[in-house]
Design a protein around this ligand. Sequence first.
Ligand SMILES: [Mg+2]
Length: 378
Amino acid sequence: MKIVRVEAFPVDLRYKPGKEFLVSYGVIDAMQNAIVRVTTDDGLVGYGELMPLPLNDRAACIEELKPLAAAIIGQDPFSLREIYARIDDTISDERTSRELLLKGSLDFALHDLMGKAAGVPVYKLLGGSYDDGVPMHFSISIRTPEEMGEDTAARVAEGFRTIEVKLGRFQGELDLETEIARIAAIRKAAGPDVVIVADPNQGWTVDEAISVLPRLEEFDVYVEQPVKGLDDLAVVHSAIKLPMIADECVGTSEILADIIRRDAADLINLKILRTGGLFEACKMLDMCEAAGLGYRHDNVIQTRLASTMMIHFSTTYHASLPDCGGTQFTRTIEDIVKDGEGVYMDGGTAKLHNPDAPGMGATPKPELLGDPILIAGR
Ligand SMILES: [Mg+2]
């Protein structure tokens, strides 16, 4: 079996009014991703998803995807080590986040293909088993403390047991007393048993983090990547008591080795698309388990297609924080995956419509795909 064609299709989804995602780096009210399709000489197809970085620069990302797509034409989709050696030769030694997202889009398609060729779901390929779904977290947008408390109460009533709280600059302003008030309002609304992850998305300085975090101890929260970069993260980690999660600085397994060596965090937030896909993510979580470092699963800005693959992965690796990200699809008007396929939400739990389907068990609706913006091969 050989790969004969790689294509990418634009997909534009609009967020529902009032469901826009507000984080410290801006307001997300539309998803301009791409769906990647890999075809073999025996007619099998696998699907992956590309989140452009920056989010509004899909054209540049597709341009950068071309050499990666060309590198896998003619390869057997099961020859992952050979394929990744070829892909790694086409990208920079720095392995930028954008390059890893490009690689991840192909990796998802290859795993979908392998599952279809073997006649088994992806989680079985990875050594996992599907039980009764995966508990999900919900991300609360930055707003006023009162609004965030109300949003939290609604999500907890829906069944979410982990709440991720977006902190940092709001409408350009940062006020540390308001940050504390947000967490206080959310803990009050959530009650004592809900896990809370406070996530400023690198929005604080080292001094701000070291002054604010001790005051959050009474609210029993995890804190995720309050400052930029691994160096600053290590400084803050050594100075505070709250359990700290590394997120934005987690790229490849080499960076993870650095986090472990430097004791820069208590857990990592693993976003499988951002690490370059399932193959690298498996290696990284094996490293976490060997080193005693905790981890949680999280998503990028992605449709229900990529979220379906995340559920396959999350049933395989049982995280220290038992929640998974991937609920952005509940915010959009359009839904890219065919009805009755892939992941769906049952309260705060993500379940698969067809857990025994080969591959990922999710295919895109053709009518929501634009004309191909990349065609490699024949
Ligand atoms: Mg985060």
